[in-house]
Design a protein around this ligand. Structure first.
Ligand code: CDP
Ligand code: MG
Length: 148
């Protein structure tokens, strides 16, 4: 299994509840390393662009409203099979369908305010990482860890 990188967001619902650290703990407990992180408030055009794939869906307008209602944390997670592993730790989109112990089962309010975003495939991971971070903003942890 290859070492991968994936783009994760802690959504405004969790940031508003002051629970960023609890979400980061889940990533780290699953063996995923945070190699870049930033807090920002998405503008409306940014949220529209990030979720452009959903622009024809009935929930798109409301999703953009939600994602711009307060700051998000964006992070790059790195690890073995990181894209799939992060999706597993996140749980299903609708918290009613999410496995017990997943982030969405434990922190989501509903199918829209569902705590976290995670890339769903290698191609989207590359695009979504580039949406938030330049290569220089992503830290090499493996080299640092081997010196510890
Ligand atoms: O985030 P995920 O990849 O699991 O789901 P998605 O199908 O790519 O949808 C993106 C986001 O749209 C979800 O995480 C929800 O915040 C929102 N959504 C919604 O509000 N209502 C739905 N029926 C489906 C998704
Ligand atoms: Mg998705």
């Amino acid at each position: 299994m290859a070492i991968e990188r994936t783009l994760s967001m802690v959504k405004p619902d969790v940031v508003g509840k002051n629970m960023i650290g609890k979400i980061y703990q889940r990533f780290e407990a699953a063996g995923l390393q945070i190699v870049a992180a930033r807090m920002m408030r998405l503008s409306r055009p940014e949220a529209e662009r990030f979720y452009a794939v959903h622009r024809h869906k009935p929930f798109y307008r409301s999703l953009v409203e939600f994602m711009t209602c307060g700051p998000i944390m964006a992070q790059v997670l790195e690890g073995e099979d990181a894209i799939r592993k992060n999706r597993e730790v996140m749980g299903a989109t609708n918290p009613d369908d999410a496995e017990p112990g997943t982030i969405r089962a434990d922190f989501a309010t509903n199918v829209e305010q569902n705590a976290v975003h995670g890339s769903d495939a290698p191609e989207t991971a590359v695009q979504e990482i580039a949406f938030f971070f330049s290569n220089e903003q992503i830290c090499e942890r493996r080299a640092a860890d081997s010196r510890a």
